[in-house]
Design a protein around this ligand. Sequence first.
Ligand SMILES: [Zn+2]
Ligand SMILES: [Zn+2]
Length: 250
Amino acid sequence: MKVTILGSGTAVPSLERNSSGVLVQEEGINTLVDFGYGTLKQLLHLGITYHEIDRIFFTHNHPDHMCDLIPFMFGARYFPSAREKDLEIVAGPGFQKFFDKLMSAFGHWLLPTKYNFHITEIDEGSKNFGSHQVTFKKVRHIEMSRGYRFVNSTGKSLVLSGDTDYCQEMIELGRGADLMILECAMPDGEKIPGHLVPSLAGKLAEEARCKTLCLTHFYPPCDLHAMHETVSALFKGELFLAHDLLEFEL
Ligand SMILES: [Zn+2]
Ligand SMILES: [Zn+2]
């Protein structure tokens, strides 16, 4: 399983940090987890176009996690080179309704011309998607928010939080994971509801006992040096602070 951070940033536009997106590559299948603005361009750095995405999981529908679905579907209609591969979209309850509104707002401009797509709404539980067994849990951010745990055929596990506050569900999802990609939006002392700060992210990761932790979703006030110090004092596993296009091999 190859995992690439496409965006380590947030809702605040930044030249250094794209908004959220993670690419998971396994057995020739390209899976996206979140599709924030700029993600399509980040994918181009890896030579991946709208033709090569097989499946998209959304953690929730905040714009910094889903906005590039619009240019993706618009571009995929491009007459001489329309997308032909079927697309599967997976997200929490309420996504279908949100998606229908988006489609009707754009009229026919997002409708596929040569491919089919299918939306699967998931609540909590597990389901197989290709060679991955995926477990999803509601995490503490907004009603639709789901965290995901992917396990491949060799037993390697990848956990992604999307946006979340400290919660038991996230600890359970991350238990013993080979890699947990966890949001850490703000520095200690500037916590905002529905998001983590270093002291809580470190505590959560240590309680989950994941092997490797990668923090991401950094708002501009984050001081990465201080963040590393706080988290490594609490979490005993391997720690990474994400940058765009950081890769992991599991
Ligand atoms: Zn976000
Ligand atoms: Zn959010």
